[in-house]
Design a protein around this ligand. Structure first.
Ligand SMILES: NC(=O)c1ccc[n+]([C@@H]2O[C@H](COP(=O)([O-])OP(=O)(O)OC[C@H]3O[C@@H](n4cnc5c(N)ncnc54)[C@H](OP(=O)(O)O)[C@@H]3O)[C@@H](O)[C@H]2O)c1
Length: 294
């Protein structure tokens, strides 16, 4: 039995589907008010049954029986929540569970200091010292399902407004990963002992410039749209003002700074150890556009 922790996240349903297709029994750890509908849909489309355990990572006691039942686990809660990981690692010690795949992020590799990066590095260190048979996967920006907050959001915006706003010149590199490639990676490392106690970057097939990505989106959408480019310094100034005016700003100056840096991530180790072979951005975005149109 595999325990999916953070199962109701946007990553949960595709991971669940792949696990079921590969004949794993899956128990999904969810909170009382988590939305289970997409997990039930994924199970239905794989023609398999799943179980749920209700618990909150804030309390070890509420998750211990779910952990005890599991032979392995996939931890998909954001590692920036260091206290939740600490509770999980403490609780695991009270059980016989040894094998856990953790989803981190390439944020730990960016050449900028920020709180999220510090929190994730701290969490990765806790995992490395946990005594578990861990594998840490570090995906780059994930896209490819209607709930992703990256390209799905962008495509919907372009379709509605007919334009798009970018911060900076657009000459920086990005290497987003298609969600199915993340799900495949999880399934391919789960029982692969070669991947124990290792960390892998996983990203899209090739890095591409942000502007090239926009051209591909334009071609695949078959729709002309304007791109309004705001110079990076002005963007940071505007977002600083905006984030002071609004209580819960959807963008922060730090995010703008991170958007403009080069993000390309070699994945040779992943290719060697579990045949990681991601799709190109052209293919991934085409699938996403079709899914959004269906
Ligand atoms: N978005 C990207 O481009 C990207 C890139 C790289 C890596 N990732 C990684 O992908 C994973 C999923 O991303 P996400 O943004 O959906 O992560 P998230 O915001 O941490 O949510 C993941 C799940 O964690 C659950 N959760 C949160 N607090 C909990 C608690 N106290 N007890 C039990 N469950 C709790 C949530 O449950 P509820 O459904 O009940 O809220 C949700 O289903 C994360 O590990 C993230 O770091 C994402």
């Amino acid at each position: 039995m595999v325990l999916l922790i953070g199962a109701a996240s946007f990553l949960g349903p595709p991971v669940l589907k792949k696990l079921l297709e590969n004949n794993y029994y899956v128990n999904c750890l969810v909170r009382t008010d988590s939305d289970r509908s997409r997990l039930l849909d994924a199970a239905r489309s794989a023609g398999k049954k799943i179980t749920f355990s209700t618990g909150n990572l804030q309390s070890g006691d509420s998750i211990i029986s779910a952990i005890k039942k599991a032979k392995s686990a996939v931890y998909m809660v954001d590692l920036k929540y260091t206290h939740l990981l600490e509770t999980f690692l403490h609780t695991v010690k009270r059980t016989g569970l040894k094998r856990v795949v953790f989803i981190s992020s390439t944020t730990v590799l960016i050449p900028l200091e920020c709180m999220v990066k510090k929190q994730k590095i701290y969490s990765e260190n806790l995992i490395k010292n946990s005594g578990l048979d861990y594998t840490i996967l570090r995906p780059s920006m994930i896209y490819g399902c209607p709930d992703d907050t990256n390209f799905s959001k962008m495509i919907r915006f372009i379709k509605r407004k007919g334009f798009f706003i970018t911060f900076g010149s657009g000459n920086n590199l990005i290497q987003p990963i298609y969600i199915e490639d993340v799900a495949d990676s999880i399934v391919n490392v789960l029982d692969n002992k070669k991947t124990y106690q290792k960390i892998y970057n996983i990203a899209g097939k090739d890095p591409l410039k942000y502007n090239e990505m926009l051209d591909i989106v334009r071609n695949k959408l078959k729709k002309k749209f304007k791109v309004i480019k705001i110079p990076i310094k002005l963007s940071i100034l505007l977002i600083s003002i905006y984030s002071k005016i609004f209580k819960n700003p959807s963008l922060t100056p730090g995010q703008i700074e991170r958007m403009a840096i080069n993000k390309s991530y070699p994945y040779d180790k992943a290719r060697e150890d579990f045949n990681f072979s991601p799709v190109s951005f052209e293919d991934g975005i085409e699938k996403l556009i079709k899914e959004l149109e269906a």
